[in-house]
Write a protein that binds this ligand. Sequence first.
Ligand code: ADP
Ligand code: ASP
Ligand code: MG
Length: 403
Amino acid sequence: MSLIVQKFGGTSVRDAERLRNVAEIVTDTYQQGNDVVVVVSAQGDTTDDLIAKAEEVNPRASKREMDMLLSSGEQISAALLAMTIEGMGFPVVSLLGWQAGFDTTTDYSNARIKKVNPARIRQELDKRRIVVVTGFQGVNRFGDMTTLGRGGSDTSAVAIAASMHADLCQIFTDVDGVYTADPRKIPGAIKLETISYDEMLELATLGAQVLHNRSVEMAKKYNIELEVLSSLTRRRGTIVKEESKVEKMLISGVAKDDNIARISIIGVPDKPGLAFKIFSKLASKRINVDIILQSIGRNGTKDISFTVEKSKLEDAIALLQENAEKWGASNIVSDDNVTKVSIVGAGMESHPGVAAEMFEALFSRSVNIQMISTSEIKISVLLNKADGERAVEAIHEKFFETA
Ligand code: ADP
Ligand code: ASP
Ligand code: MG
């Protein structure tokens, strides 16, 4: 007998028909003699709808109350799925995050899982019940509900798999695996049979929302193999695991992230210590900075540009403006009409010329590059938002569609 964790995303539990479909997958697994823990997201667009409702009553609602509201979406789908399974004659119980032992940090709306104490889940499994757990939520040390950040149900599933040493963790979604690009946007995207944790982590962090990046980080840490598959076809999905020894793919995928903004600090004195002052100020307010570009000094001054998550733009600008005079900066400008397009691949480390090929693809469609950043296994470029889709198409074509 194995312990299997199965996670179902919003489209997979969208309505009664889809719930029934999920219940069939779950009960089939149960009937094969396995212990089954199911993690569910909120139905369809519920989380977005709840955010819109909050906006109507208070656009500046506290994060605590937002978490109180948003966590309700998963409660509905967990109860409905349990009822569906119950109706099919199987023993089942649904549990909220706190009942399932999800102990999180206090960061409302973006809490981290500190630990999962699966005692209650274990007790229920021992009674041969199917256990349905709400994804995306936990409880903090004040006894308040917290949520794990958008897309966080994937991480809930991996956390349960890790804490219970599950034999298998399946992430069911609305596509049948991880592709070389978003298959909804790029018709020529190719399904990957396997992908390494490191590459998947980069892709997820760089905008491929098919997996929450923290779920991949946790899977790597605890060496949990993940399978990403569709809840609608019973086809094999993509396995995310430790790098295979066989040949590495040169490039495993292209990702795009629109949730980004560029800030430029213009005309700061060209002397040591300024970058330190600026970025430590941002870090002190927990503003994460991504691509950084500093111009060559000219006439004793230089410009420093960097990108931040869109939701942090306002806070970052306010903070920089407060300090601009002290730093001797002449101006602060920002642009949220940008997008970041990246390629990821473990093979590029040992292959010169990948960057040139990527830039050639962009040139072929007259796409202008604003900023570039690279690491051993990825290259990212910042572009005008309007060029984003075209850029992904061109790059995907260059690396995957030309024979
Ligand atoms: P769920 O609600 O099941 O968690 P998500 O919407 O969070 O589903 O993630 C699935 C979506 O991720 C797909 O519908 C697809 O459009 C998108 N996606 C983006 N990049 C990729 C990729 N490289 N491979 C597969 N899907 C991707
Ligand atoms: N329901 C949450 C969201 O929409 C969590 C998830 O789907 O993983 O972000
Ligand atoms: Mg998701």
